[in-house]
Design a protein around this ligand. Structure first.
Ligand code: PEP
Length: 254
């Protein structure tokens, strides 16, 4: 089965009620390919999830940006996977580099979160990616393989996992990976899944790219055979997100 193109919008810690309503209006008015061609998921901050879920067009879905590593309880400031399920939030982003680096989330902690969220019935966008220092040291593939290995050690079913390759040096910097750089890492990740998980999982798991994706660069990236979509930060707050969703057409015509 082909891998359906996936476009996620990570709104990060941005927005007022007015701004959120404006973004949703723009999304709702956008002309995009059908759900058979592209799966669209937007991820507002927790506090806006109910508002976005009720006001967003039905062919787009919502994701939380994080969830707690185990069952809720005495964990001040956290939001549990059970709460997301209770609110019918289908997706969650886990292991974003901003959390890995600023909040010191380790590979193991991220993997535990992925496993727990999946076990509760959530679908997971699991983020991995190397720093500039790691890339310059030539360890990109080793780093993303290690991050993926930690997740693979804790889950047995990859059906509800989208792997987001997001080089840290490309996030929010305007410095996008070249199509060749993205393709190389996606290819290596798929090879890793084939050797270490299964050929079926390697063939069916969507590996999306994130890091300064814009309307201007998305088509070339989307044309790469192992790029199955995008996780978009800054540009997901702007009308050009619609153009990024439309880049799914590149695959249809491939
Ligand atoms: C992100 O934070 O997931 C991201 C890809 O950000 P940006 O598109 O702004 O680089």
């Amino acid at each position: 089965m082909g891998r359906k193109f996936f476009v996620g919008g990570n709104w990060k810690c941005n927005g007022t009620t007015e701004e959120v309503n404006k973004i949703v209006s723009t999304l709702n008015a956008g002309e995009v390919p059908s759900q058979d061609v592209v799966e669209v998921v937007v991820s507002p901050p927790f506090v806006f999830l109910p508002l976005v879920k009720t006001s967003l067009r039905p062919d787009f879905h919502v994701a939380a940006q994080n969830c707690w590593v185990k069952k809720g309880g005495a964990f001040t400031g956290e939001v549990s996977a059970e709460m997301l399920v209770n609110l019918s939030i289908p997706w969650v982003i886990i292991g974003h580099s901003e959390r890995r680096l600023i909040l010191k989330e380790s590979n193991e902690f991220v993997a535990d979160k992925v496993a727990y969220a999946l076990a509760q019935g959530l679908k997971v966008i699991a983020c991995i990616g190397e720093t500039l220092e790691q890339r310059e040291a030539g360890s990109t593939v080793a780093v993303v393989a290690e991050q993926t290995k930690a997740i693979a050690a804790k889950i047995s079913n990859w059906t509800d996992v989208v792997l987001a390759y997001e080089p840290v040096w490309a996030i929010g910097t305007g410095k996008v990976a070249t199509p060749a750089q993205a393709q190389e890492v996606h290819f290596e990740l798929r090879k890793w899944l084939q050797a270490n998980v299964s050929p079926e999982v390697a063939a069916s798991t969507r590996i999306i790219y994130g890091g300064s994706v814009t309307a201007a660069n998305c088509k070339e990236l989307a044309a790469q055979p192992d790029v199955d979509g995008f996780l978009v930060g800054g540009a997901s707050l702007k009308p050009e997100f619609i153009d990024i969703i439309k880049s799914a057409e590149v695959k249809k015509n491939a």
